[in-house]
Design a protein around this ligand. Sequence first.
Ligand code: ZN
Ligand code: ZN
Length: 246
Amino acid sequence: MESKLSKLATFMKQKYDNIIKNNTSLIETTKANNSSSDKASVSDKENSDEEDSDEEDSSYIGSDGIDIHVEFDTRISSIDGMSVRAYFTVYKHNKMIKINIDSKYITDRDSDDEFDTVCYYTTMLFNDFAKDQKDNQFVSYYIDEFMQAITKFSDIIDKLKFNRTIGEFLIEGEDDENEQEIKLMQDFFSDIKNISLDCEPCSICNEITKTKTECKHSLCYWCWEQLIINCDSSSSNKCPICRECL
Ligand SMILES: [Zn+2]
Ligand SMILES: [Zn+2]
């Protein structure tokens, strides 16, 4: 009997293969228009699990700098109480699968000086390699590799705890040294009057946090999210200190 894991892994592999095949055709068509002589064949490779068809892709995708990847949304909507979008990114380039967990509500603003526009990026709360890069080649994935990635992901998410100080998910029991260091430094240096620190008590919950609003006020992501979720439609999300928009 086919397990849930291998069913999911098989589905992901098929979807990945199809998308890559279609994307490769698309790019090759574009390229064929630019340089008529270059005509690599993709259509004849019918879902073969072998590495043979991928070698010719590598040269030109690499040289064009196109990073083809396929995302799989896990449909997980919250982890440890934080609203998230959690997904796998399967890269064609470098053969790696990443686990990404982004905040559903909190975005980072980044202004582009050249055009003076402001871009919004979803705030990354966690990422890790589910399958680390082994080589620099374009090779197809095996079902086993998807199975390993899914297994690693499900093991990790079960242990994730949201850390207000750092503003990220940490794997329970790992890496709390950093948090401890931040708190000790803050505790010691906060008594000195003519300095400011990049970590201060959150404006709402008072937990020491590294995360700050655009207006430079300390606000942990936990409280930040609560502000956004609980704001009524008549007022937009405002900084609790200066009322600037979040
Ligand atoms: Zn807080
Ligand atoms: Zn503010």
